[in-house]
Write a protein that binds this ligand. Sequence first.
Ligand code: SF4
Length: 205
Amino acid sequence: VWSALSALKTQTDYLIALQRRIGTCRLCEYGVLRDEQGMRAVPGTGSHETPVIFIGEGPGEEEARQGEPFVGRAGQYLTSLLNSINLPRARVYITNIVKCRPPGNETPKPECITACLPYLKAQIALVRPRVIVLLGNTALTAVLGKEQRLQTLRGQARQKSGIIYFVTYHPAAVLRSANTIEPVITRDFETLKALLQRYCPEVFR
Ligand code: SF4
């Protein structure tokens, strides 16, 4: 990824080139399916100069249609959570572990995660966030390691290599079990708000 981008000058140039490359990538079977089904890759969206990145699992059907992450029902719920803590969606960067839709919304296959992770690493290196919010188990284990447990880390901050990681449920979990997950994720976002006010208050302005 880096060698092909090395001729470019600015952070935005790099990110746009990366988005183009993801758009035609066929490094794993999800890219082949994407082309066969006339769907789009979903590289990511939002501010390139933000201190905060949100990372989900992979695009759903609506996302793959529009080429935008978190625009389906789970995405609308994420937007409402962001609104509830007065954090405009346009002020953060939002992406996924895999950039093409896993068929039937399956949990992404390990080999597809491995093929796709260099794109996420490049996005993180370019945006240089202070805080990364990991939404759900796939994001947690892909970024922080297979041994990590959502139930143990949820609602907490953890520092690694100069970045603060905050873990909570994926918004889609609320659509499956609203009664149990919604109060917890709402509390987690209040905790996240306090964290962001402490480490990067500029994101609210
Ligand atoms: S999911 Fe990632 S690795 Fe697989 S084809 Fe899409 S962009 Fe490439």
